[in-house]
Design a protein. Sequence first.
Length: 259
Amino acid sequence: MELNEVTITKAIIERFSNKFMEYTDVDVAIVGAGPSGLVASYFLAKAGMKVALFERKLSIGGGMWGGGMMFNEIVVQEEGKEILDVFDINTREYETGYFTADAVECVTTLGSYATKAGVKVFNCMTVEDVIIRDGRVTGLVIIWTPVEMAGLHVDPLSIKAGYVIESTGHPLELLHVIERKADIRLNTDSGHIMGERSMWADKAEGLTVENTREICPGVYVCGMAANAAFGGPRMGPIFGGMLLSGKKVAQEIINAGNA
């Protein structure tokens, strides 16, 4: 068989365009494909929801790839290990209550499980705005990340979503857009972004899960974004709270959808 370059090009354009068209109207749009976003997307898709995951970078996985300071191992506690067990990710006990896992295995496996469950990942896409109707976020405004980086004057496109998850981690990119451009009070003590505090692994792990909830109408926060929104500390290269947060936010949205 002789391969034809134009056929290859047409196949990519047509299949991507069909996929993109189908996912312009979704049950849940997740912004940020780090560990909490990936876990959330998996559990939502397994529950039968139509899920699109938007990642501004070329690769998914957020900060999990590098483990701690580019030593590509991560640490989870017992509760976090239970989430990794769902995905059949190998763990080893280091000391009582501390388990390690290969960071690359974690990211690749979470990504595989999510996409096989039906999640569609759109990488190299940045969310630059939101759509608000009657005081509720109902969609996202997206642009190619290279267009944003180059500062080109190119108009974006829009995605409709029943629910939105902010999981961009430390930068809290989506909420900063909402706070800057929308007349919406956040569900924090101040009504605004509280900001991330300095590292305290023990406290941060619990607060990551506790702070995982609806932050404003139609928008939920999970992972490090939850602590950055509600003023919790960062946790460093222990990822149990991130994983548990992803599962919790999925269940919160499933419950809201069934209410």
